[in-house]
Design a protein around this ligand. Structure first.
Ligand code: OOB
Length: 564
C-alpha cells in the first residue's frame, strides 16, 4: 500500500474515532477525581506532552540503547514526530486503537510515543502472544492497525499478522518493523512511515480520558482490557520514580518484555524517561545476555520475575557469569510472582546490590519495599502501596475486614487503580465492589508496619513465573478438541517457576495423546506460555459440596491412564 493513500473508513467518516466512549469504561467518581487532583496526584500531564517535555529538558542525554542504536531524548522526540506524521498519512486517526506487538527494541519506544503523538491508543500485547491473543485484543479494541516485527525469537510474525488481519474486520493495516517480506495487501514497513515529518499538531487529549489499554492476566474465558488514563497512569509513573529515587544517572535495564506493566511503569522505562535516565533494552532476560548488558552499559537498576532472579543468582554464584562486573547495579527489583525468601536473602551477598520487592497489577495498585527498610521487610514482604490514597481492605468471604496479620482477600481503590474493565459490565459487577474497590483475587496479610505479604490466590489463574494464565481461557481451547469431553486446568507447584500448568482431561471415548492436545493448542495460535506443562487423563473430576469441580482436590489427583 501507498502510505499516503487514506485508509478506507477514515476519509468518509464511517469510523468514529475520538475518546473512548463513556459507556465503555468506568471513570472515577468526580468527587474522588477532584481529591486526586487537589492532592497533586493527577497533574494533567498527558502522554503526548510527556516526551516533548522530557526532550526539552534532557535533549542531549541518552534516552534509549538497543544494541548499537543509541538515541538521545531529542532523537527519540524527532523520530516520534516523524512516525506520528507517517501514521497520520497511513490513515491512523485520533482515538484509533493500535495493537503493539513488538519485542524490546528502540522501535517499540518510537512507535508508542508516535501513537500518543497522533492521539491514537496503544493496545499492548506481549511478544509471546500469538494469533489467538492478537485476534482477541484487536477485535475487542476494534483496532485499525497491528504493529509487529519481522521475526522474533525464531518466529516469523508476518504470516501470523496477515491471518490476524483477515480475522479482524476493523484491522486495516499491519505495520512491520524490519523486513516486511513479500508485500501483502494492507502491510507496510515501519521504515516507510518514517518519512520527513509534515508538521502535525501534537495531540492534546483530555488527561482524564483513556490513553491506552493494558492487558490483564485474565481470570475469565478471555482476558479483559484495562483502560488506563493519562492522569492515573502518569501519577503511578512519577510516584514510582520518586520512591525508587530515579535521576539522570539512572541506567535501567529493560530485561522483561517492557509492554508489561512492571517494566513499563514500576518505575520501568516510563519512570526512567521521566527522570531523564537511560533505558537499555535487553532482547531477553537470560543471564548471558542481560548480565553482559549490565556490565557493558553500567546499569544501575533492573526488574525481573522470580525465576529470572534465581537464574541470575545461580549463574553468578556458581556458573557462567561469575566473572561479570556488576558493581554498577544498585537495585534489583523482583516482582510479578512470589519470590521465595531463601532466594531473596541471596540477592545482596551474590549480586552485591539491594533487593526491592514489587507486588503490583496491571489494574493499578503497586506495592514496593523501600530503601532503608529493615532486611526482614525486604526479604519477607512485598512492600506497601505507592500512595497514601491507596485504600487497601483485607476481608473475609463476606467482605468483613480481618485483623492485621490474618490472611484475607485484598480489595483496593485509589488514584491509579481502575474502576472497571473495558466493555465488561457483567465481569465488572463481580470484579468490583459496589463502592468501586477492585477485587484483586489475591490473598494477603497486612502487618502493622503496613507491609503486605502475598499468601495465596482466590482467582482462577495460574502464575507461571510471573506469566499469568487464565485457566478458563486454556480450558475453552482444550474443549474445542473433538476428543475432549471435559477439562480443568490447574496450577501445580514448581520449584523454579513457582507454578506450572496441568490440564486434566476427561476424554470422549478413546483418549487423544498428550502431543495431539499440545499440537492442537499450538495450531489454535495460543502463546507458548499458556500451553500446559502437563496433560493428565482422568475418568472424572472431584466435586465440591455444591457440585463444582474442586480444583483443590484435582491438584492431588494422579493420572488414571498412565499417560503424561
Ligand atoms: C504484575 O502485574 P500482572 O497484572 O501481570 O499480575 C498481577 C498479579 C497480582 O494480582 C498477583 O497475583 C501477582 O500478579 N503478583 C505477585 C507479585 N506481584 C504480582 N504475587 C506475589 N508476589 C509479588 N511480588 O505482575 C505486576 C505489575 C506491576 C508491578 C509488578 C508486578
Amino acid at each position: 500500500t501507498d502510505p499516503r493513500t487514506p485508509a478506507p473508513g477514515t476519509a468518509n467518516g464511517t469510523r468514529r474515532p475520538g475518546p473512548v466512549a463513556a459507556g465503555d469504561w468506568t471513570p472515577w467518581p468526580e468527587g474522588l477525581a477532584e481529591t486526586y487532583r487537589r492532592a497533586g496526584y493527577w497533574t494533567g500531564e498527558t502522554f503526548p506532552a510527556f516526551l516533548r517535555d522530557r526532550a526539552a529538558r534532557f535533549s542531549e542525554a541518552t534516552a534509549v540503547v538497543d544494541g548499537d542504536t543509541r538515541w538521545t531524548y531529542a532523537e527519540l522526540d524527532r523520530r516520534a514526530d516523524s512516525l506520528a506524521a507517517g501514521l497520520d498519512r497511513l490513515g491512523v486517526a485520533e482515538g484509533d486503537r493500535v495493537v503493539v506487538h513488538l519485542p524490546n527494541t528502540a522501535a517499540l519506544l518510537e512507535v508508542v510515543f508516535a501513537l500518543f503523538r497522533r492521539g491514537a491508543l496503544p493496545v499492548y500485547s506481549l511478544p509471546a502472544h500469538r494469533r489467538s491473543e492478537l485476534v482477541h485484543l484487536a477485535s475487542t479494541a476494534e483496532a485499525v492497525a497491528l504493529v509487529t516485527t519481522d521475526t522474533h525469537a525464531g518466529f516469523d510474525c508476518r504470516p501470523m499478522a496477515a491471518e490476524v488481519r483477515e480475522e479482524v474486520p476493523s484491522l486495516e493495516h499491519v505495520v512491520v518493523a524490519g523486513d516486511p517480506g513479500t508485500p501483502e495487501r494492507g502491510t507496510v514497513a515501519l521504515e516507510e512511515l518514517r518519512a520527513e515529518p509534515d508538521p502535525l499538531a501534537l495531540a492534546d487529549p483530555d488527561p482524564g480520558e483513556v490513553a491506552f489499554f493494558q492487558l490483564s492476566g485474565g481470570t475469565t474465558g478471555l482476558p479483559k482490557l484495562i483502560p488506563r488514563t493519562h492522569d492515573d497512569y502518569l501519577y503511578s509513573v512519577r510516584a514510582s520514580a520518586d520512591i525508587c529515587a530515579l535521576g539522570t544517572d539512572t541506567v535501567y535495564l529493560g530485561a522483561l518484555p517492557i509492554t508489561h506493566n512492571f517494566p513499563m511503569s514500576s518505575p520501568g522505562f516510563l519512570g526512567v524517561l521521566h527522570a531523564g535516565g537511560t533505558v537499555v533494552l535487553s532482547p531477553d532476560p537470560s543471564p548471558a545476555t542481560a548480565l553482559a548488558l549490565i556490565e557493558k552499559e553500567r546499569a544501575t537498576l533492573t526488574s525481573v520475575v522470580p525465576p529470572v532472579a534465581m537464574l541470575w543468582l545461580d549463574a553468578v554464584e556458581r556458573g557462567s557469569q561469575a566473572e561479570r562486573d556488576l558493581s554498577s547495579l544498585r537495585v534489583l527489583q523482583v516482582g510479578g510472582a512470589t519470590f521465595p525468601e531463601e532466594a531473596a536473602r541471596r540477592v545482596t551477598p551474590v549480586l552485591g546490590c539491594a533487593l526491592q520487592q514489587v507486588f503490583g497489577m496491571a489494574e493499578g495498585l503497586v506495592n514496593y519495599t523501600r530503601d532503608g527498610d529493615p532486611d526482614e521487610v525486604v526479604t519477607a514482604t512485598q512492600g506497601r502501596p505507592i500512595s497514601a490514597h491507596d485504600e487497601v481492605l483485607i476481608v473475609d468471604e463476606h467482605d468483613v475486614p480481618v485483623p492485621d496479620g490474618e490472611p484475607g482477600h485484598l480489595l483496593t481503590r485509589g488514584p491509579y487503580t481502575i474502576r472497571g474493565y473495558y466493555r465488561a459490565p457483567e465481569h465488572n459487577a463481580a470484579a468490583f465492589t459496589a463502592d468501586g474497590f477492585y477485587r484483586t483475587g489475591d490473598i494477603v496479610c497486612r502487618y502493622p508496619s503496613g507491609n503486605l505479604v502475598v499468601a495465596g490466590r482466590a482467582k482462577d489463574q495460574i502464575n507461571r513465573g510471573g506469566e499469568k494464565i487464565g485457566a478458563e481461557e486454556v480450558e475453552n481451547h482444550i474443549l474445542a478438541h473433538p476428543a475432549v469431553h471435559d477439562t480443568s486446568v490447574v496450577a501445580l507447584p514448581d520449584p523454579y517457576l513457582g507454578e506450572r500448568t496441568c490440564a486434566y482431561i476427561i476424554p470422549r471415548g478413546a483418549a487423544p495423546t498428550r502431543s495431539e492436545i499440545l499440537a492442537f493448542l499450538r495450531e489454535r495460535g495460543l502463546a507458548a506460555y499458556k500451553i500446559p506443562d502437563r496433560v493428565s487423563f482422568v475418568d472424572s473430576f472431584p466435586a465440591t459440596a455444591v457440585g463444582k469441580i474442586s480444583k483443590r482436590d484435582l491438584r492431588g489427583t494422579t493420572d488414571q491412564s498412565g499417560a503424561q
